[in-house]
Design a binder for this molecule. Structure first.
Ligand SMILES: Nc1ncnc2c1ncn2[C@@H]1O[C@H](COP(=O)(O)OP(=O)(O)OP(=O)(O)O)[C@@H](O)[C@H]1O
Length: 274
């Protein structure tokens, strides 16, 4: 399997604090790779280095054979890296479809503001943007919600909407920022099913997540961060047996409780990775 994303020696310092030190990981084409770690481990910092919201103090990030660590986020998006931020705003007063159309700016010349303001440049592209948005809504199972106001959409469907927005950019690599956070059992299961479906369609996925049960079900490989360093990487079964991982998770009770085969539909416990 070829490597799509390669992070090497990534270091990020904030003043005297090393949020990340010499971190390496790769995402292979078609795999779901999860990054987990306790609070303050550096997960968000790593996510932002890959998305382009932060630049590394040292190290490199390669994507599809090209260095991208100094590229602006929108240039990464145009190369096929899409981000679904779990707390990205839902634009109230717009329909579900219109909210998703805002995500199409990565593959069209009109920007998101043009989409919202319906400027002439946008109108020329509106037809293809609508088609992209509806295809994305189909993929995430929200097509029947397309014309309803996005206000008041249940949290699980809001997450699916964020994923649909990201899919409008026709990504090869989808970055998911704690997608299960705050979701209850059935919604978590539905979202896990969606991520499995996208993986089945060939999308490469990098998932930063607190919820260990969620990761156990979805990830082909897991990278574990603690205090800014990689302490283990491998399949979930491999990392759950690693002594450093068990120590980082205070005795391993949370990891042992994560059943890779199921997410308890009645559970609201996020798996205890926090
Ligand atoms: N902008 C910043 N300025 C100063 N320190 C920062 C900044 N961002 C992160 N840090 C520090 O870097 C370290 C890693 O933070 P980061 O948010 O990446 O961890 P995390 O694993 O995402 O944590 P959490 O699970 O709590 O979200 C922490 O010590 C944090 O305080």
């Amino acid at each position: 399997m070829s490597v799509l994303l390669e992070v090497e020696g990534a270091t990020r310092r904030f003043g005297g604090v090393f949020a990340l030190r010499d971190v390496g990981l790769d995402v292979r084409a078609g795999e779901t790779h999860a990054v987990i770690g306790p609070n303050g481990a550096g997960k968000s910092t790593l996510f932002k280095l890959i998305g382009g919201q932060l630049v590394p103090t040292a190290g490199t990030i390669g994507y599809d054979g090209e260095r991208i660590d100094r590229l602006a986020p929108h240039r990464r998006a145009r190369r096929g890296i899409a981000i679904a931020f779990q707390d990205a705003p839902v634009f109230h007063g717009l329909t579900v479809a219109e909210n998703v159309m805002v995500g199409a700016h990565a593959v069209t010349r009109a920007g998101p503001l043009a989409a919202v303001l319906r400027l002439p440049r946008h109108r020329r592209e509106e037809k293809s943007i609508r088609a992209l948005a509806f295809a994305a809504l189909e993929r995430v199972g929200l097509a029947d919600q397309a014309d309803r106001p996005a206000d008041g959409l249940p949290l699980g469907q809001q997450r699916a909407l964020q994923v649909a927005r990201a899919l409008c950019g026709k990504p090869r690599l989808l970055l998911l920022d704690e997608p299960a956070s705050g979701l209850r059992g059935p919604e978590r299961s539905a979202l896990a099913g969606l991520i499995e479906q996208l993986r089945g369609e060939g999308l490469s996925i990098l998932l930063v997540e607190h919820d260990v049960a969620f990761v156990a079900r979805l990830a082909d490989r897991v990278t574990v961060l603690d205090l800014g360093r990689v302490i283990a990487s491998g399949t979930f079964q491999e990392i759950r047996a690693d002594e450093r991982v068990i120590a980082a998770y205070l005795g391993g009770a949370d990891l042992d409780g994560a059943d890779p085969d199921s997410i308890d539909p009645d559970s609201t416990d996020p798996g205890g990775a926090a």
